[in-house]
Design a protein. Structure first.
Length: 440
């Protein structure tokens, strides 16, 4: 009985499930050499580009496989971990001790136990200029340290932007003490400030933990139609799209604020359907202002990108329309528009004397399951490689649609033979032991 159960389990393991799990190199259409520095060993990583995603069998790149080769030895599949650049989520800072003192809003922030370089204040106020003096304290009896005076502002009534982010030097203080002085846009102190004007605060990841982006498509062709500046780009199927960046002529120094709409439409649709496409809105802006006699610090703030995670281009090739609404203002001197994705890497253990090849493009594969990936821990400075030019795998043989299972998996008869031989041996061995037991 146990032998029969064992046989069923073995046959199940080598049955049709194998069509998704195997990684025979002849069915992987594309390949890229992984170029590492000579003698590189230990953890190594290589960034994936848009060609990998465009030619992989799915948006989740389940068919990626890495192979190692050494002189005089057969090629072997190499376990890897797939990583994605992404900042940690923002954390809350607890506001305490808020009060109005000498016309200023005074409060404390209990900070998270990690390094940080920015604090985003949530202020219940409009049309203001402000200066936030910040002191850091570690709670160990030492005098608080002045970190500086940082501008905040809301100029939306002037057609400009709002920013309440304090860009600090990297700090690890457990507590921040903030004295916030606010004026109206002409420089007159705001009167009757409520202590509850500060409704909260968030702490983004520090600058060392910011997301790294890779450009997947770009254009310098900008059209002006009425009140809009338009850029049209195309993205192949499966390529992630997560941010749109605008590069301006460096000689342009004026302040501005523009509403942005990013719309993605499958390539099979006409331009007339763009209005119904999946879309994301945002804002790009620049605000610069010299220090004011009232003691307000200078302002130098800008954001030239819009976070735009769109799904249309993951399922099929898509055209992406980026539009900026200029209103009554002159069009911005846009020199380049870039579609970007978060950087993805393949990381693995490089061995001395080995060379590596990345292959992909097999719809019959499922995602590999590697113990290496489950236990993967990134090191601070891995060996960084680059992917060589993409080429068609010279051994490529397409899978035959609807072909008999034996034709797609010629190794199966041999596997069945080995399994049946093993089962026969187990059965014979059990009978021999049974007879010996009865004889005893």
């Amino acid at each position: 009985m146990r032998a029969a159960l064992f046989a069923v389990l073995l046959l199940w393991q080598i049955g049709p499930r194998a069509s998704g799990g195997g990684s025979a190199t002849e069915h992987l259409r594309y390949e890229r050499e992984v170029e590492l520095a000579a003698g590189a060993t230990g953890q190594a990583c290589v960034a994936l580009d848009e060609d990998v995603f465009a030619h992989a069998a799915s948006s989740s790149t389940e068919d990626l496989r890495l192979f190692a080769s050494r002189a005089g030895k057969p090629e072997v599949e190499t376990p890897f971990a797939l990583t994605e650049s992404g900042a940690e989520p923002a954390e809350r800072a607890t506001v305490g001790g808020a009060a109005i003192r000498d016309g200023q809003v005074v409060f404390d922030l209990a900070m998270p136990w990690r390094a940080y370089t920015e604090v985003d204040l949530q202020l219940d106020a409009k049309d203001f200029l402000g200066a936030a003096e910040v002191w850091g304290s570690d709670g160990q009896g030492r005098e608080p340290r002045l970190l500086g005076a940082f501008p905040v502002f809301d100029m939306s009534s002037q057609g400009l932007a709002r920013s309440t982010s304090l860009l600090l030097p990297e700090s690890k203080y457990s507590s921040l003490h903030i004295e916030l002085r606010l004026t109206d846009l002409s420089g007159r102190p705001l009167s009757q400030l409520p202590a509850g004007i500060v409704t909260g605060a968030e702490v983004p990841p520090d600058r060392n933990g910011q997301t790294i982006y890779t450009t997947v498509a770009a254009t310098s062709s900008i059209d002006t139609q009425g009140l809009l500046s338009l850029a049209t780009l195309t993205v192949p199927a499966h390529v992630p799209l997560e941010r749109v960046r605008f590069d301006l002529n460096p000689k342009f120094t004026r302040n501005f604020s523009r509403d942005v709409l990013i719309a993605a439409t499958p390539m099979s649709s006409g331009y007339g359907s763009v209005g119904a496409a999946e879309s994301v809105s945002g804002e790009v802006f620049r605000v610069t202002r010299e220090a004011m006699p009232e003691g307000m610090p200078p302002i130098h703030a800008q954001r030239l990108f819009v976070d735009a995670t769109l799904g249309s281009n993951l399922r099929s090739a898509a055209k992406v329309l980026a539009s900026l609404r200029n209103g009554a203002e002159a069009p911005l001197p846009i020199e380049r528009v870039e579609l970007q994705m978060r950087e993805r890497r393949v990381c693995f253990e490089a061995r001395p004397g080995a060379s590596y090849t990345l292959r992909y493009g097999d719809e019959g594969l499922r995602a590999p399951v590697y113990a290496y990936a489950r236990s993967f821990r990134p090191v601070a400075s891995p060996a960084l490689g680059v992917l060589g030019p993409e080429r068609v795998n010279p051994q490529f043989v397409p899978r035959v649609e609807g072909a008999p299972y034996r034709q797609q998996h010629p190794e199966t008869p041999w596997a069945l033979f080995l399994v049946l031989s093993l089962i026969t041996g187990v059965v014979v061995l059990q009978r021999v032991r049974h007879r010996q037991g009865r004889a005893d």
